[in-house]
Every structure is written in C-alpha cells, then in structure tokens.
Design a protein around this ligand. Structure first.
Ligand SMILES: [Zn+2]
Length: 104
C-alpha cells in the first residue's frame, strides 16, 4: 500500500507535525488526524515524479499533446510526420493517426 504524508493544520499531536499514513489508492484522503482528530491536509509529494517538459520530449516519449487554440480547434504540438497539425472538432480526418504512431 502506498504511504501518504499528512500535515497538521493546527497544533501537532504525538504523531508529529507531519506523519505518514498507509492507505489504499481507493481510500478517501484523510481530513482529520486519526489520533487527535485535528484537521490535516495531504501533502503532495513530488518525489519520483518526473514530468517531461518540452513538446519534443513528449513526442519522443510517444505522447500526443493537444493545445486548444480556438473554439473546437486544437493544435497538435507533437505532430509527427504527416500528422495534421490541427484537429478540428467534427473533422475526423484531422485526428492524428495513432495506429501509425504506435507501430513506429
Ligand atoms: Zn494529530
């Protein structure tokens, strides 16, 4: 089970200001400390989360990134080869050919 970190919003109890709780992914996040029942908040840990930043990194990893640029129009900033650069709502021919991308 993953371990989540929570922080007391008020005075910490014997668990300490920040404490770890083992929770299943399906569990709701805690809003109060299991020991002192004071309000707590979940700390979003950014350890081990690496997120590619640039569009070319995303493309190299096989992602398709769409940027909304107009009402119903999306720019495919990771367009490969002959992919359409723009996707227009209601025009399926402008959707990137993912089967080709996956074979690549
Ligand atoms: Zn507590």
């Amino acid at each position: 089970m993953p371990v989540y970190e929570y922080e007391h919003l008020k005075e910490p109890c014997t668990l300490g200001k920040v404490f770890d709780v083992k929770q299943s992914i399906q569990d709701k996040q805690l809003t109060c400390c299991p020991r002192c029942l004071e309000p707590v908040k979940k700390i979003i840990s950014n350890i081990n989360i690496s997120c590619p930043k640039s569009n070319s990194e995303l493309r190299d990893l096989g992602f398709t990134k769409l940027v909304k640029c107009d009402n119903g129009v999306y720019e495919n900033v990771t367009a490969r080869g002959r992919d359409s650069r723009y996707m227009v709502k209601g025009k399926p021919e402008t959707i990137p050919d993912l089967s080709k991308t996956i074979r690549d």
